[in-house]
Design a protein around this ligand. Structure first.
Ligand SMILES: [Zn+2]
Length: 488
């Protein structure tokens, strides 16, 4: 048999010949701008007497090696930032414009900061006010709302918990897809917010987003297509204990975004000994095959991409930057940033973060995770939320649609037609992708251009596919692959 390998694209039968033109149709017009009031609230606090242990103990009664306050540290240069990172000071954000590093530090660490020749002034984030018209969801209110969504839209929304927080709050995640009870052969995307408990704007953006997708299913063609074509997983709050305490850390003073296996220093992808919230996320993400994700933070307005932990471009940096820029361009305040060119930055270029979730997703699971710093103030007044939604709505929808860019399909045994667990490599992308366990589904988010895709599996001949992705519009093409068993 010579023409043994068959695939089809959009219903067109082909043979083993290797060039596939992926023509694109409907242009994607998602650019809408909204004015925004810049939120820049600078509050000057009295100088914090850093050596005074009694102050903190009397006020909070926490163990001193765990208790952390947010401080502002005046700096002059990037070298100053590097010195603080090297001393293991936990940086919240830094700005060369403001000549300031914001960090979280115990009184002991404040002493270290001073020993290094810097000053540290107490600089807590301001918690915004709720109004009758606008308020943030408490854990209880969020739980009720998510349950109501699942109840009102049972065919496209399913509420799951990936585990519990230290204080036994559920870590809710809402799955949105057609045939939601089934694990379908569709690209998987996840949006996660508020792993830092006091960075809450993202949580509210997700409630808006969920409502938009559910209410418009079957009414709006574009939104319906997203729900039909993808498996969308949305987690409004990964750190509900932190949010309940209005602070960054979980209830055991763990910073969840410093708690994942590190790309450089960890050899194994092992959840043992980490915070329960981190463990839950590791197990959940590891059980699925996400291609793209966003994780929402606050305290700045910028798209931040891997790596955080080391210098240099991540694999497929062209796609990485394209996705960041796509988000930023649709969010006017972000795109017009005076701190970051076009509102995007390489994580390490900004400041080094070790053991973060973004790097972990991409390194260990090939899930391209981007950090969205969504608001300058972490917890702005709730009356600002509608404006944040206007600023982020098109970006969020555009980002979901990108999971349909490239090729997808099922890898099967040519003879038995059973799903094959295959490894997939793409020319010029230094990553090894895999098919889903069980159904043999794969999807590759690809930029325009020529790509050689190689499928390998033990006991099968290699399968090589040459793909030409033609232009920039979003469309995914189905390329099923029949692997030929090796003759022994
Ligand atoms: Zn954060």
């Amino acid at each position: 048999m010579d023409n043994a390998w068959h695939f089809y694209i959009s219903g067109v039968m082909g043979t083993q010949s290797q060039i596939i033109q992926l023509g694109y149709s409907s242009p994607c017009s998602l650019y809408k701008g909204f004015p925004m009031i810049r939120l820049f609230i600078v509050v000057v606090f009295a100088f914090f007497l850093v050596s005074s242990f009694s102050y903190s103990q009397a006020l909070y009664g926490h163990e001193m090696n765990q208790f952390r306050e947010r401080v502002a540290i005046p700096i002059e240069s990037k070298q100053d930032i590097a010195r603080l990172v090297k001393a293991d000071i936990e940086i919240d954000r830094c700005s060369l414009e403001e000549k300031t590093v914001y960090a979280y530090a115990t009184p002991e660490e404040v002493k270290l900061i001073e020993y290094l020749g810097f000053q540290a002034t107490l600089s807590p984030d301001i918690i915004g006010k709720n109004t009758r018209e606008n308020s943030y969801h408490t854990y209880e209110a969020l739980t009720a709302k998510l349950k109501q969504f699942a109840k009102d839209y049972p065919s496209i929304a399913k509420l799951e918990s990936i585990g519990q927080s230290v204080e036994k709050r559920e870590l809710w995640i809402l799955k949105i897809s057609d045939n939601v009870e089934e694990d379908e052969a569709e690209p998987e995307v996840k949006y996660v917010s508020t792993m830092h408990g006091d960075e809450v704007v993202g949580q509210e953006m997700f409630v808006y987003l969920i409502q938009l997708l559910l209410e418009n299913y079957g009414k709006d063609a574009q939104l319906t297509a997203l729900v039909n074509d993808l498996e969308i997983w949305i987690m409004p709050n990964m750190n509900p204990d932190g949010t309940a305490k209005k602070r960054r850390y979980n209830s055991q003073w763990v910073d969840l975004n410093r708690n994942f296996p590190d790309v450089q220093s960890d050899i194994n992808n092992d959840p043992t000994g980490r915070a329960v919230e981190t463990q839950a996320m590791m197990k959940f993400s590891g059980s699925r095959n996400f291609c793209l994700s966003l994780n929402f933070h606050g305290g700045a307005v910028v798209m931040n991409y891997p790596w955080d932990t080391m210098a240099g471009d991540p694999p497929n940096v062209e796609l990485v930057r394209f996705l960041c820029l796509g988000y930023s361009k649709r969010n006017i305040p972000m795109y017009k940033s005076t701190s970051f060119k076009d509102g995007i930055t390489n994580g390490y270029d900004w400041y080094e973060v070790n053991s973060g979730m973004q790097d972990w997703n991409y390194h260990w699971h090939n899930c391209l995770d981007l950090t969205v710093e969504v608001s300058q103030q972490k917890w702005p007044g709730a009356d600002t939320l509608p404006q944040y939604w206007k600023d982020n709505k098109e970006s969020l929808l555009w980002s979901l649609a990108q999971a349909r860019r490239g090729i997808q399909g099922i890898v099967k045994d040519k003879v038995t037609q059973k799903a094959v667990e295959a490894k997939i490599q793409v020319s010029n992308i230094s990553k090894v992708f895999t098919t889903n366990k069980g159904n043999g589904f794969y999807n590759l988010v690809l930029m325009p251009g020529k790509h050689t895709v190689k499928f390998t599996a033990p006991g099968y001949e290699d399968y090589i596919l040459n793909v030409l992705v033609e232009d920039n519009d979003v469309k995914i093409y189905t390329v099923n692959v029949n692997m030929i068993p090796q003759i022994r």
